[in-house]
Write a protein that binds this ligand. Structure first.
Ligand SMILES: C[S@@+](CC[C@H](N)C(=O)[O-])C[C@H]1O[C@@H](n2cnc3c(N)ncnc32)[C@H](O)[C@@H]1O
Length: 302
């Protein structure tokens, strides 16, 4: 399978990050290295690029895509960006540099290649085992979580992580069905949603299972767990004059980004770069509809 993902708001991200030859740049959500490669090109010669991703497959692909980068020291780690500080320290100490970043990018969520890989069970459009884990070396697949948690916990997750107004009914259908037929595949979950949400009340703009799949993926991967703290910690790795950009794609992520930046500014030594977050331009959305929901915030260390 050819993996592809178009980097979102790349123009805006590259414009605001202080990427110059010799700089230290961190991409905490490397994915297929779309943004990462652009960052490398701008910090050559003499730059240090640190890339993190918790997904083995993404990291392997990114490594090969960054293989032809010249004049930059590239260090990649399979890890959660919650350990950005320790990986930056390690990479900088090995490179004999001050452990500070001039640029940090966090492009949250998941990329197109992960969504379209039927084996991962992330998309309601692809038949497959209901797994959804980004790091499959640990944790429970979505099917195990859905066959175990209480209806209240499930309803809360659907509401909090998916803004799903039919949360209660969907949770009830899942719990009723799993008594005789434990959920196993993406289709099983889609069927539960379709049975719970009356046809006449469905949002015509998106598939009825969109919010449910998003919510369960966030739950399974703990994507919002202490996210605001993790983002603030990443900001504290910046060198004076350094900038951190956060791209988020739904309200839960953006709330965490906003809180993190507020916290950094309140603590002193940081300034928020935009009063209102940036959104993608119409010309970008026209060629990449998946950019539509992006929200970009940025903070600078003074
Ligand atoms: C939107 S994609 C990034 C795409 C990338 N900017 C590009 O241009 O190719 C997000 C990536 O972050 C990774 N990711 C999500 N949450 C993570 C976390 N907590 N720690 C590390 N990686 C994470 C996902 O595996 C995915 O590859």
């Amino acid at each position: 399978m050819v993996m592809s993902h178009v980097p979102v708001m790349a123009r805006e991200v590259m414009d605001i990050l202080p990427l110059r030859p010799g700089a230290t740049a961190v991409d905490g959500t490397l994915g297929l290295a779309g943004h990462g490669k652009m960052m490398c090109e701008r910090i050559a010669p003499g730059g240090l690029f640190v890339g993190l991703d918790w997904d083995d497959e993404m990291l392997a692909e990114a490594q090969s895509r960054l293989g032809d980068v010249e004049g930059v020291e590239v260090r990649l780690f399979r890890t959660d960006y919650r350990s950005l500080r320790s990986k930056l320290d390690l990479a900088c100490s090995e490179a004999g540099r001050v452990p500070e970043a001039d640029a940090v990018l966090l492009d949250l969520g998941l990329n197109n290649a992960q969504i379209e890989d039927g084996d991962r069970g992330i998309s309601f459009r692809q038949e497959g085992d209901l797994d959804m884990r980004m790091d499959r070396s640990k944790g429970e697949p979505a099917s195990a979580v859905l066959n175990r948690i209480s209806p209240i916990e499930l309803e809360k997750a659907l509401w909090n992580f998916g803004d799903e107004r039919w949360a209660k009914r969907i949770a009830q259908v899942v719990v009723d069905r799993r008594k005789n037929h434990p959920l196993r595949t993406t289709e099983d979950l889609v069927d539960c949603v379709l049975a719970a949400v009356p046809a006449a009340k469905r949002d015509k703009r998106i598939h009825p299972a969109t919010r449910t799949f998003q919510a369960i993926r966030i739950l399974v991967n703990g994507e919002l767990d202490e996210l605001d703290e993790a983002l603030a910690d990443a900001g504290r790795c910046l060198a004076p004059g350094g900038v951190m950009v956060i791209l988020s794609y739904h309200s839960g992520e953006d709330r965490a980004a906003k809180t993190a930046i507020k916290e950094l500014v309140k603590g002193g030594g940081f300034e928020a770069i935009y009063k209102k977050p940036l959104r993608p331009q119409a010309d970008e959305i026209a060629v990449n509809g998946k950019a539509r929901s992006a929200i970009m915030r940025a903070v600078r260390r003074i």
